[in-house]
Ligand binder design. Structure first.
Ligand code: ADP
Ligand code: ASP
Ligand code: MG
Length: 431
């Protein structure tokens, strides 16, 4: 008998019909003799709808009240699933994040899990119940308030519970049947990966592949939790996320290979122009952005022209943090002496992820040529040992992803059947 943590994302529980299907799957797993802990997200786009309701009553909703509001979405889905399981004749008990012992920092909206004390989960498992835990939330002992973990945070709840309970596996059940070499909704030729190391998955997630939330992968790596990403409606092998390329190059085999293409549409480009070219000015710009709670990604600054004296600095930020960063920059404008701040939301980032990028002859040239042939203009570019990224217009993103996938040899061999089971009842998201 194993202890299995299963997490189902929003699209897998978007209707009561879907919740009943999840209940059947969970009861079937229990029927095989396993202990089962289930983590559910809020139904469908509930979190977005709750955010919209908040915006309708306030221009600047209180972060504390936002967390009170948003956590209700996950509780609702879990309680409904518990009722559906009862209807199938099985014992089930739903718990909020705080009831399940999920302890977090006090940062509303982006709290981090610091501990999990799953006493009540254990008690319910011991009496033979299926335990359902509301994802994406916890309790801050400091403020005694309920907190949320950031978008996609139910993945982290599931992995943290799996670590605390020493579960045999944490299954992330979603609307695709594994981790692919690119988003299979955009690249039909993408291939499902049998296995991916924590490092490569972390890099894919950090570059925008939202099939797993970045923090959840970091948590899994730190605690050594084996994760299986699989379809919530179909059976199939899925993708195992485990191990490191260093400890097992032979078996895991993604050391030095191209892993995939990831994209991020949730970023914004901020340009600060006319920054005086003297020590300390750039530091003041980035300090203001940091104090506004934003993490900068891919920053570039130009070389001053022949006249010298000023530079332009351009960087990417998470889109939801950009307004606060821009407001903070406007406040220091006069003191720092720069000319202007511009925010551009119509940008996206595309990245090729793979080990040994610098040692790969011509990788940067291949990257740029592929985008050039696809007619995609590169606005900012950055390279590292494991990633080459470019910022482009959002409207050109899909072409960019497909071109890079092809150019780096990731396309499925023509004529082979797609491995897949995409949930085609979902519309292909437009960028
Ligand atoms: P859930 O609601 O189950 O948490 P998400 O929408 O957060 O699901 O993540 C699943 C989605 O991630 C898929 O529908 C797919 O469009 C997207 N995705 C992006 N990159 C990848 C990738 N490399 N492999 C698989 N899915 C990906
Ligand atoms: N419901 C939250 C979100 O939409 C958390 C999650 O789904 O993981 O981001
Ligand atoms: Mg998700």
């Amino acid at each position: 008998m194993a202890l299995i943590v299963q997490k189902y994302g929003g699209s897998s529980v978007r209707s009561t019909e879907r919740i009943k299907r999840v209940a059947e799957r969970v009861v079937a797993t229990r029927g095989e003799g396993h202990d089962v802990v289930v983590v559910l997200s809020a139904m469908g786009d509930t979190t977005d709808r709750l955010l919209e309701l908040a915006r309708q009553v306030s221009d600047l909703p209180s972060p504390r009240e936002l967390d009170m509001l948003l956590t209700s979405g996950e509780r609702m889905a879990n309680a409904l699933a518990a009722m559906a399981i009862h209807s199938l004749g099985a014992d089930a008990c739903s718990l909020s994040g705080p009831q399940a012992g999920v302890i977090t920092t006090s940062a509303y909206g982006k709290a981090r899990i610091v501990d999990v004390t799953p006493r009540r989960v254990r008690q319910a498992l011991d009496r033979g119940a299926i335990v359902l835990v509301a994802g994406f939330q916890g309790l801050s002992p400091e403020t005694e308030d309920i907190t949320t973990l950031g978008r996609g945070g139910s993945d982290t709840t599931a992995i943290a519970l799996a670590a605390a309970l020493k579960a045999d596996v944490c299954e992330i059940c979603t609307d695709v049947d594994g981790v692919y070499t690119a988003d299979p909704r955009i690249v039909p030729e993408a291939r499902r990966l049998e296995h991916i190391t924590f490092e490569s998955m972390e890099e894919m997630a950090a570059s925008g592949a939202k099939v797993l939330a970045l923090r959840s992968v970091e948590y899994a790596r730190r605690c050594g939790v084996t994760v299986l990403v699989r379809s919530s409606c179909h059976t199939g092998p899925g993708t195992t996320v485990s191990g490191s390329a260093d400890d097992d190059r032979g078996e895991h085999g993604d050391h030095g290979a191209i892993t995939g293409v990831a994209h991020d549409v949730s970023c914004a480009k901020v340009a600060v122009t006319g920054v005086p070219d003297r020590p300390g000015t750039v530091a003041r710009v980035f300090r203001a952005v940091a104090d506004a709670g934003c993490e900068v990604d891919t920053a570039v600054q130009n070389v001053p022209g022949p006249a010298g004296g000023v530079r332009d600095i351009t960087f990417l930020l998470p889109g939801d943090g950009a307004p606060a960063a821009v407001a903070a920059l406007r406040e220091i404008r006069a003191g720092t002496g720069f000319a202007e701040v511009h925010q551009d939301d119509d940008v996206a980032k595309v990245s090729v992820i793979g080990g040994g990028m610098r040692a790969r002859p011509g990788a940067t040239a291949t990257f740029c040529e592929a985008l050039a042939e696809a007619g995609v203009n590169i606005e900012i570019m950055s390279t590292s040992e494991i990633r080459i990224s470019a910022v482009c217009r959002t409207a050109r993103l899909h072409d960019a992803i497909r071109a890079l996938h092809r150019a780096f040899g990731l396309d499925r061999t023509p004529g082979t059947t797609p491995d897949k089971t995409l949930d085609h009842t979902e519309a292909v998201p437009q960028t």
